[in-house]
Design a protein around this ligand. Structure first.
Ligand code: HAM
Length: 433
């Protein structure tokens, strides 16, 4: 038997409705905040993600799926959405028509990580990117959108952790201070951090290995090195969150694993001990140089992405079901060849009119077909054999009331409609025009 690759999973029919519901909630929220969908390729030229030789983020150094295509081009399966969206923004000159582009995306991402619960090699992200404004208010809007999603999913106990990495001036001053400080403890640092000390000292603060050591806890804090402009900006973000009554915790060790951030960075953590390190369900921040690094005009940006598997795990863990049980309008039990043919015809007419219908295609016994009507959660069961067909009649059972009647086969559609109390089965029926 051929099995799925490590770190991937199948979404089976029973789970796919939860995914569809999550996607539906996400789309509604994006509409409320006026973010428009963008769809970019799941693979990009490697340069989109591997822009900077000095980039030391794990994702860039060891977690991407990189390969050469048959024409020897460097290709990378996207490990995140931001860089691809930024590439598309630049390539399609989205800045020409709109000074601010508010975009969202959902789809698979790929990272070569050690798989565990909530951490996969193929996973899905929902993300938003607001490009073109440096306003602190749009940082707050992005966080508010994330909080609305959490609320809509019924998740409680989610903490917003936030920090500011300041502007370039503040960061370079702070980096200097950090290098001086951690150099004194060089021998106590893990191998990765020794490397970070040279290449990207900020990322030392992110280290899971060293973080419990005393010297680590006593390290200088970035907030003390922000220049006035960066401080004022951060305060504005926090004030806006306060004004929307959104709770947060300032975490001065929060630097985030991607190297493009400046100013606001944040993570949303759900308090589920079973999730371990995978309790960060969403994260993001401001990036003001990414667009110009990709060859576009100087354009500030801010965004956030959620791991959709983690959102679903957290909702399941909270005992919530997003999707209602699947049900259909009508199950047809047609006994005999001619009746089956007629059932197929009536079902198709009903479906075009917006009623969901099913029948048994296996010539099962009457008993087994009743069971299937039940399993399909059919509101109505329509039963007829060849005798009834001669008179164009059928029995129709309302499974909600147990009421049973004999009606004309020509009446089935209108009968169900009248019981559903709707003028037309589904005004939203996708195939009805
Ligand atoms: P990130 O923190 O790398 O940020 O990923 C965002 C979220 O994706 C994480 O918080 C987590 O929920 C989920 N995630 C990441 N890796 C995995 C994995 N291996 N398995 C399952 N879920 C995972 C970004 O990707 C940035 N692009 C976010 C952003 C958007 N910043 C600005 N705009």
């Amino acid at each position: 038997m051929i099995t799925k690759p490590k770190g991937t999973y199948d979404v089976l029919p029973l789970e796919s409705k939860e995914w569809q519901k999550l996607e539906e909630v996400i789309r509604k929220i994006c509409k409320l905040y006026n973010y428009k969908e963008i769809r970019t390729p799941i693979f990009e030229s490697s340069d989109v993600f591997h822009r900077d030789q000095n980039d030391t983020s794990d994702m860039v150094t060891k977690e991407t799926y990189d390969f050469k295509d048959r024409s020897d081009r460097g290709i990378t399966l996207r490990p995140e959405g931001t860089a691809g969206v930024a590439r598309a923004f630049v390539e399609n000159k989205l800045y020409v028509d709109n000074p601010v582009s508010k975009l969202f995306y959902m789809g698979p991402m790929f990272r070569y990580e050690r798989p565990q619960k909530g951490r996969n090699r193929q996973f899905s992200q929902f993300g938003v990117e607001a490009l073109g404004s440096d306003s602190a208010y749009i940082d707050a809007e992005v966080i508010a959108l994330g909080a609305s999603l959490i609320r809509a999913l019924g998740l409680k106990d989610v903490t917003v952790k936030i920090n500011s990495l300041g502007d370039e001036e503040s960061r370079s001053k702070y980096k200097e201070v950090l290098v001086n400080y951690f150099s004194k403890y060089q021998d106590c640092l893990c191998e990765d951090c020794k490397n970070r000390l040279v290449k990207n000292p900020l990322r030392i603060l992110d280290c899971k290995v060293d973080r419990n050591q005393e010297f680590f806890k006593a390290a200088p804090k970035i907030n003390d090195y922000l220049n006035q402009e960066s401080k004022d900006r951060f305060k504005k973000v926090l004030d806006s969150l306060d004004s929307m009554d959104l709770k947060y915790v300032i975490d001065d060790n929060l630097v985030r694993g991607l190297d493009y951030y400046c100013h606001t960075v944040f993570e949303l953590e759900v308090n589920v001990p079973e999730f371990g390190a995978q309790n960060v369900i969403g994260a993001g921040g401001r990036y003001n140089k990414l667009i110009s690094d990709l060859g576009g005009p100087q354009t500030p940006g801010v965004g956030m992405a959620f791991g959709m598997e983690r959102l679903l795990l957290a909702t399941n863990f909270a005992g919530k079901k997003l999707a209602k049980d699947d049900s259909i309008h009508a199950y047809f039990i047609a006994l005999g060849e001619k009746a089956e043919k007629e059932a197929l015809k009536i079902m198709n007419a009903c479906r075009i009119g917006g009623l969901s219908c099913e029948m048994d295609y296996l010539n099962g016994s009457l008993k087994s077909q009743f069971k299937k009507a039940d399993k399909n959660n059919a509101r109505f069961t329509i039963i007829f054999g060849e005798n009834e067909l001669e008179e164009m009649k059928c029995n129709i059972k309302d499974n909600e009331t147990d009421n049973q009647e004999t009606i004309s086969l020509l009446e089935v559609y209108n009968y169900i409609l009248s019981k559903l109390n709707k003028a037309s089965a589904c005004n939203t029926c996708p195939i009805k025009n």
